[in-house]
Design a binder for this molecule. Structure first.
Ligand code: PMT
Length: 402
């Protein structure tokens, strides 16, 4: 999708992620946009204006008054020039200024003057990102109509692992493209997504589970939401924060809780996506007290869990679409096709548990999508955001889609 002729103001603030603004500038320029950069004073400590001037082919502004040219950088004109103002990375400090109307530099003055839509891509350490003050400021900025490009999870500059990384430039580009070529092709559709793992209790302190992070399910949720759908999430225990303002969220632990929640809303859904990694077995009995260690070996008897997709597949209504996932380590294609048939899916997304960069936990995935007519499509190794978009596009090729 081209951004030809679009005028984008790109604000850069003081964060280690400022180096990514060079890549973002390049991507925007490549897709045809005009890019004007504004840097905060502390951003200058992380990346040189020369790099960004060279990439954007325009002078970079950081102060009201340009000492070299003697020119006044007019924040009102900048705010009026742009079709979109994006601040990436957005530091906690600049966010606080935006949320509270503080205006002590060119960037914050331009923010207050801008009449165009504003996108915010925060970047900070995970504890900062979860601090109530930051959460409050983010909510406040969103209540002004600013579009939040939520921070991604992964390894942070501090060495800690969690949510706080600035959204990858490729993902930001996709959001910007989507913003300008907005497709509301799922408007009016109700979508249920199961995501994350389930936890099956052994005793009050132990459980059986798996490595699902919920990232794939959440990427799908964001795609459906941004394309106009009403999204109902049934999530097993995951550590990624889900913004309950965006989705109808039910949090569950076990497979049987997930089934009850899914069954309760299934009848009124247009599309159901089964992205959860549901435990197939659970302990036959949950010990009431913590099981004590003794000298002998022990075994736990397991009982079969309800197969949510299979049970709901039996009562799938005419016109309803069911999309399944398959995670395999051997005979991947044959097992996936068997599940497509057995669980009455309209489409199944096979991802490998052994391929590098695919499946559990990663921000990327590599999938093969099968349809009942035997047709299949490979995504290659791409971000989960891109996989989600591909799945939505494929859903529209299902014959029952109206
Ligand atoms: O969460 P991430 O870290 O991002 O990882 C994503 C993922 C790998 C978990 C996801 O992409 C995925 O593949 N989810 C399905 C994993 C799985 O359980 O596959 P399966 O082959 O065991 O199950 C087949 C289908 O039946 C799935 O749609 C599953 O949700 C559903 N199922 C399975 C068992 C069960 N008891 N109930 C179900 O609904």
């Amino acid at each position: 999708m081209s951004l030809q002729g679009k005028r984008i103001l790109l604000g850069v603030t003081g964060s280690i992620a400022a180096y990514k603004s060079a890549h973002l500038t390049r991507l925007l320029i490549k897709s045809g946009a005009e890019v004007q950069l504004i840097m905060s004073a502390s951003a200058l400590d992380f990346i040189t204006p020369l790099t960004l001037t060279t990439l954007s082919k325009r002078p970079v502004y950081s102060d009201f008054f340009d000492k070299k040219s003697g020119e006044w950088n007019n924040h009102v004109e900048l705010g009026l020039w742009a079709d979109l103002f994006i601040v990436a990375p957005l530091s906690a400090n600049t966010l606080a200024k935006f949320a509270n109307g503080l205006c002590d530099n060119l960037l914050s003055a331009t923010y207050l003057s801008a009449r165009c839509p504003v996108m915010l891509a925060p970047a900070m350490d995970l504890d900062m990102y979860q601090h109530p003050a930051v959460r409050d400021n983010l909510r406040k900025a969103q209540s002004f109509g600013n579009i939040l490009l939520d921070a991604e999870s992964g390894e942070l500059a501090s060495g800690l692992v969690g949510q706080g990384r600035m959204m990858e430039p490729e993902h930001i580009l996709m959001q910007i493209e989507r913003f300008f070529h907005h497709k509301a092709d799922f408007k009016g559709k109700k979508v249920m997504i199961t995501l994350g793992p389930t936890q099956e209790a052994i005793d009050p302190v132990r459980f059986i589970s798996n490595h699902s992070s919920g990232k794939m399910g959440l990427a799908l949720a964001n795609s459906f939401k941004s394309r106009g759908a009403e999204v109902y999430l049934i999530s097993g225990p995951i550590s990624i924060a889900i913004d309950s303002a965006d989705f109808y969220l039910t949090q569950v632990k076990s497979a049987s809780e997930m089934y009850q929640a899914a069954e309760a809303i299934h009848g009124s859904m247009d599309i159901c996506v089964f992205a959860a990694a549901v435990a197939d077995y659970a302990p036959a009995k949950i010990a009431e007290e913590k099981i004590k260690k003794d000298d002998s070996e022990m075994s736990i008897q397991l009982k079969k869990n309800v197969d949510i997709a299979f049970e709901l597949g039996k009562i799938k209504k005419l016109g309803q679409i069911h999309v399944g996932f398959a995670l395999e380590t051997t005979n991947e294609e044959a097992y996936a096709k068997a599940k497509l048939d057995k669980k009455n899916f309209d489409m199944i997304v096979l991802n490998s548990a052994t391929e590098k960069g695919a499946g559990f936990q990663h921000d990327t995935n590599s999938v093969r999508i099968f349809r009942p007519d035997g047709k299949s499509l490979d995504s290659g190794l791409v971000s989960k955001v891109q996989v989600a978009e591909l799945i939505l596009d494929e859903i529209k090729n299902i014959p029952v889609w109206i």
